[in-house]
Design a protein. Structure first.
Length: 358
């Protein structure tokens, strides 16, 4: 029996738990999503509020509201807790069968049957400012966001992703996964996700503008993130169109996918983020008049922009939904885009050091 386990950051245990608690909204409704060793999955309201964890130096009762995910070891005793503030706790768990209120009644699940347990905050914001988190890894995960409103799968298939599974869209499909546009804050916010281009040519051809994410509102009243040599407003590379302005990696011209990603390999996984602030400046962007910018792999990607007098990302009433699309004006044969781990924040977030932590 393993009893001697290490916890990274032992000296700051109390501070860690306190900080996690400060970043958790108290008005969130807790649900547990339990992956069982036999491949089943249960989602319901728990009858427990804390998880007891024995570390090498002390026993801790960790509130569920501070936990993002809990993974059980093969010995059914060791446990790893990923906390919502990005920290990690490892120890031994001693837990009675968990009573879970599900749609088909109350069930008791023994720890020996659990592979992974995720804590879903519905109606709250989880981490401070986080208003949507969807893993995009299965039909159930799309419908049941870890934080915020659920989505709808319209097309695509689930394949290996950046974290677990993601959704792949070929270039002939319309929206793959959509969400109500009411989720997106109008005046300031951040949309971040992971994506990988599969089977694309080296050069972006005019008229073939592969899209990543957009709203389905009329042209000029929503937003659209896509690749193009010329977006129609003197921008090229990775471009964003919105009411807050049009922007690109650089001026229009001959663009490759690699150059659009600042010489990175287009076929690798990359982290994309749309950041906007219609009523103030965007942190870490020198041009304080710019209202919208794109970050790739944690770094500012946008260098050209066209200013706008608007102060909201959407025109009121013109954006019923938004989602991942992945198709150009005409299809690129054999090409596809895989998407994973969508998050939306209610402020202009530009610190993406947490991007590699799901």
């Amino acid at each position: 029996m393993r009893r001697h386990l290490l916890w990274i950051g032992v000296c700051v245990a109390t501070a860690l738990i306190t900080a996690a608690g400060e970043e958790t909204q108290t008005n969130a409704t807790l649900r547990l999503a339990i992956d069982l060793v036999d491949g089943s999955r249960l989602i319901g309201t728990p009858a427990i509020a804390t998880v007891p964890v024995q570390t090498s130096y002390a026993k801790m009762d960790v509130p569920l509201t501070q936990i993002q995910a809990l993974k059980i070891g093969d010995d059914h005793e060791t446990v790893t807790l990923n906390l919502r503030n990005g920290d990690k706790l490892t120890g031994v768990i001693s837990l009675a069968p968990i009573k879970l209120i599900t749609v088909f009644g109350t069930v008791a699940v023994g720890i020996e049957h659990i592979k992974q347990l995720d804590i879903v905050l519905s109606g709250g914001t989880g981490q401070k400012g986080l208003i949507l988190w969807n893993r995009l890894g299965s039909e159930s995960e799309v419908k049941n966001s870890r934080v915020g409103l659920g989505g709808k799968r319209d097309a695509g298939r689930f394949v290996e992703g950046r974290f677990g599974q993601g959704i792949e869209l070929n270039m002939k499909e319309p929206f793959g996964v959509t969400f109500p546009a009411e989720i997106v804050p109008a005046s300031a916010g951040c949309i971040e996700f992971w994506a990988k281009l599969v089977g694309f040519p080296a050069t972006i051809t005019q008229g073939y503008n592969p899209s990543l994410i957009r709203s389905d509102s009329p042209e000029g009243s929503g937003f659209h993130l896509f690749f193009a040599p010329n977006d129609g407003a003197a921008n090229g590379g990775l471009c964003i169109k919105s009411r807050l302005g049009w922007a690109g990696t650089g001026p229009f011209g001959s663009w490759s996918y690699a150059a659009s990603l600042k010489s990175a390999k287009a076929g690798d996984w990359h982290h994309y983020a749309i950041v906007w602030n219609g009523v103030g400046n965007i942190p870490n962007v020198a041009d304080t008049t710019r209202k919208i910018s794109v970050f790739v792999d944690g770094q500012l990607n946008t260098t050209t922009s066209n200013k706008s007098p608007e102060e909201q990302l959407f025109a009121p009433g013109n954006a019923p939904r938004f989602g991942f699309i992945g198709f150009p004006t005409d299809a690129i044969p054999g090409a596809s885009i895989v998407f994973d781990n969508l998050k939306i924040w209610n402020y202009a977030k530009t610190d993406f050091n947490d991007r590699t932590d799901e």
